[in-house]
Design a binder for this molecule. Structure first.
Ligand SMILES: [Zn+2]
Ligand SMILES: [Zn+2]
Length: 115
């Protein structure tokens, strides 16, 4: 007799209930900003990658083009800017006021060990 727990975690998509990610259409004629659940974001990226499309751009619900890119909204000034990892710069650093939540957290946590 064996007891088995049915695992539904067969995919690599993490369970991110309630968490949302922000996206911004990079088409200057559109510029649409919208939110989507993170798990859907990752799922859509996987589907795009499977089709051989660009792995970081999703379809914009407003203009229908594959130009929507992950974005961050500044907690301080409210500017929405593209999530853009650059060497030596925090990827959530605001392009307008320079505020970075990650940088602030790193400063606060510099004396204590945090993951
Ligand atoms: Zn658009
Ligand atoms: Zn800002």
């Amino acid at each position: 007799m064996t007891w088995r727990t049915i695992s539904r975690n067969s995919t690599a998509i993490p369970e991110l209930k309630g968490e949302k990610t922000l996206l911004k259409c990079t088409d200057p004629a559109c510029g649409n900003v919208f939110e989507m659940p993170k798990n859907k974001y990752y799922k859509d990226l996987q589907e795009k990658a499977a089709l051989g499309a660009s792995a970081s751009l999703l379809t914009c619900p407003k203009c229908g083009k594959d130009t929507a890119y992950r974005a961050v909204k500044c907690k301080k000034c409210g500017t929405v800017f593209l999530y853009n990892p650059r060497p030596g710069i925090y990827e959530d650093k605001c392009s307008n006021c320079g505020f970075s939540e990650m940088e602030e957290a790193a400063k606060k946590g510099s004396s204590t060990q945090q993951k």
